[in-house]
Design a protein around this ligand. Structure first.
Ligand code: SAM
Length: 223
């Protein structure tokens, strides 16, 4: 897979994309990530990427030309790239969407800043995605979250692929409680069942816990 992230602050990705799982995925050649500076595609010597809104109003709006030109560059590398525009009012990102995106061979993620994009930028997008119903200062943190959730699903990225099988949201369930050593920590003990060695009973207990946690979560989200 190749992923292009378009931003006026591409340095923000240096840290997150050069650590741990995402770093190893790139080293293994499973994913190639390119952070593109939208400013490099501006048309003037000041490399302007924003301008005042027509009709007045607070703040600045991202100009269409640099973003279209940056996308021309992306399309010259891969004409079939799936293009995502990040916006607080987009479709809310979730695990199902992460799985869907993990099947694509090429993604381009456009990060906004200021008051958002000139409306014509929306025509570039195959879809508009939101990280949640809150407003971030820019799309970079949302792009990092999406790239992380997608990359860890790619084959060969996680050391143990079974990690994905019992994860939260698989089979519509929240993951069961996990414990490691020590057996008793500050008066809190590991449930006896996990020390019993009875794998059938452990499996039943975990399923029951998953269901309880799922009910609690759905109850909270509905309420
Ligand atoms: N004025 C815009 C509005 O009311 O919708 C908010 C713009 S926000 C300050 C700047 C950029 O951050 C947006 O264009 C978008 O790319 C990104 N952004 C903000 N919140 C986001 C969210 N919840 N999910 C994804 N991207 C977000």
């Amino acid at each position: 897979m190749e992923i292009f992230v378009l931003s006026i602050f591409p340095e923000m990705f240096d840290c997150v994309f050069n650590q741990s799982i995402i770093k190893r995925a790139q080293q293994k050649g499973i994913v190639q990530i390119e952070a593109i500076n939208i400013r490099d595609f501006a048309l003037d010597k000041h490399r302007t990427t924003d301008d005042y809104p027509y009709g007045g109003g607070a703040g600045m709006v991202m100009k269409p030309e640099p973003i279209y030109r940056a996308m021309d560059y992306v399309k010259s590398k891969n004409s079939n790239t799936h293009t995502i525009l990040l916006t607080p009012a987009g479709k809310i990102f979730n695990q199902q969407k992460a799985k869907e995106l993990a099947k694509k061979s090429s993604l381009a993620i456009i990060c906004g800043r200021y008051e958002g994009f000139d409306e014509r930028v929306r025509y570039l997008a195959d879809e508009e995605i939101s990280l949640g119903r809150f407003v971030l200062s820019g799309g970079e943190i949302a792009a990092m979250a999406i790239v992380d959730a997608v990359v860890r699903l790619l084959e060969g990225v996680l050391g143990n692929p079974d990690s994905l099988k019992e994860e939260t949201f698989e089979d519509g369930l929240v993951e069961y409680p996990q414990y490691t050593r020590p057996r008793v920590f500050r008066g809190m003990s590991v449930p006896d069942i996990l020390l019993s060695g009875n794998h059938k009973k452990i499996k039943e207990w975990r399923m029951q816990q998953s269901k309880l946690r799922t009910l609690k979560l759905t109850g909270e989200e509905d309420g």
